[in-house]
Design a binder for this molecule. Structure first.
Ligand code: ZN
Length: 427
């Protein structure tokens, strides 16, 4: 297996939450010589410098400044993606004890495809706020790693109509089972014990937490020719990884930027989401003078990378007959007349041209005219910044399932195109 695929699988497995994804991307940037600029401090930047910042521990912006060119005349080559994925999130007071079973109540985050969550070996991860022995408020990432929870299906014998019409009630069907026994169970005690196992031993009180369930089955390359990658959170950690790899590999004389936002799956309206001010504020600090910044943005382009729907051979009628992207046939330019995608002919021409320069394939997607269209951070960021934008993505199956499927070839193709985008002198 290539280094790229090995690292991709490692990143997917080590990033069960946006917090972990952001920490892992920060670590890669740090290793590559990028300087962390905390939002709360004064920023000193210089020509040719490489920097990154984070917000809420779940969104990240990384950028490089041009060595010689002026930002206001050369602009920024920007790539955007999102760190969050639909999942089940542990409720604030989650303990349930029913029929001898210890359970946790969960909330649904984003548009989860719920059926595949049943009968999986689940673990939990997130972040925890606690008081330490000195009475200080601290925060730590947590990851149980091992399978500790499950949502068993109801047997078909007890629901003969299951294959025809089993609708899932989010409140009553989804509480996860942790174990059994008469004694009380306490989720905060579980968190304290796990923190201790991770070496955090001075917890005196768990104040709050954000913890989600995830599948412990590791990512894998599958298929007779191993042409597919199967994993949780391909939407959209795949694009985060591809954007980061392209950024780190591009030795660019131009200004480059990667933005990975949280909360795309719930509409992007948050302090760290694409509809929040994070990216705008980074750009303001990069180039404080409004007129110069406006000129920089006029010279800039944003490629919003988020996975697309590949045409499924068993459900081919869900696609327009001329716009059914195939896995492993190239990244997809996403187009929508009603601006659900930010692509226009000018920006998609740029992407197509960049692909052509390396002889790489590109596909295009429009949703069936009688179906609603999804969206991404593309149109939101375009509207916030007024920057030329296009939406692209690797085609995949099973979007928002607990295990999604994409084509290996498309991952490397998109990386190559984005690397070229980062170094191109003309946008
Ligand atoms: Zn997405």
């Amino acid at each position: 297996m290539s280094d790229f695929l090995q690292q991709l699988q490692g990143f997917l497995a080590a990033s069960p939450t946006p917090y972990h994804a952001t920490a892992n991307m920060a670590q890669s940037l740090q290793r590559a010589g990028y300087t962390f600029l905390p939002e709360s401090e004064a920023w000193q930047m210089q020509a040719g410098g490489r920097y990154y910042t984070t917000r809420n521990g779940s969104s990240l912006v990384a950028w490089t400044l041009p060595k010689t060119a002026a930002l206001e005349t050369s602009g920024l080559r920007m790539v955007g993606a999102h760190t969050d994925s639909p999942c089940l999130k542990v409720k604030p007071k989650p303990e349930l004890h029913r029929n001898d079973y210890h359970q946790l109540g969960v909330e649904v985050y984003g548009g989860v495809l719920l059926n595949p969550w049943f009968d999986r070996d689940l673990s939990m991860a997130g972040r925890v706020s606690y008081l330490n022995a000195a009475g200080q408020r601290c925060q730590n990432l947590i990851d149980f790693q091992r399978p500790i929870a499950v949502i068993p299906s109801l047997a078909i014998h007890l629901d003969r109509e299951a294959n025809k019409n089993r609708a899932i009630n989010e409140q009553t069907y989804l509480p996860v089972i942790l174990g059994q026994g008469a004694e009380a169970h306490d989720f905060k005690q579980m968190l304290t014990a796990q923190l201790a196992a991770q070496g955090v031993t001075d917890v005196t009180d768990i104040l709050e937490y954000e913890v989600v369930l995830y599948d412990t089955q590791p990512p894998a390359c599958i298929g007779m020719d191993q042409a597919f990658i199967a994993s949780a959170r391909l939407d959209n950690l795949l694009s985060c990884f591809i954007g980061l790899t392209a950024l780190l590999e591009a030795d660019s004389d131009m200004g480059t930027l990667l933005v990975c936002n949280d909360h795309e799956e719930v509409g992007s309206m948050s302090a760290s989401g694409a509809q929040g001010p994070m990216l705008k504020q980074v750009l303001e600090r990069m180039l404080p003078e409004p007129e110069a910044r406006a000129r920089m943005l006029a010279h800039s382009v944003l490629i919003s990378a988020d996975n697309a729907h590949g045409i499924h051979p068993n459900f081919a009628d869900r696609h327009d007959e001329n716009h059914g992207p195939l896995l492993n046939a190239g990244p997809v330019i996403k187009i929508n007349a009603n601006q659900r995608y930010a692509t226009n002919s000018e920006t998609s021409a740029l992407f197509r041209h960049l692909a052509q320069l390396d002889g790489l394939p590109v596909q295009s997607f429009v949703v069936r005219s009688d179906m609603g269209c999804g969206s991404t951070i593309g149109p939101i960021t375009a509207a916030e910044l007024g920057v030329r934008t296009l939406d692209v993505g690797v085609p995949q199956f099973a979007m928002h399932s607990i295990r999604e499927l994409a084509g290996v070839e498309d991952c490397t193709t998109l990386t190559t195109i984005l690397r070229r985008f980062y170094t191109t002198t003309e946008v």
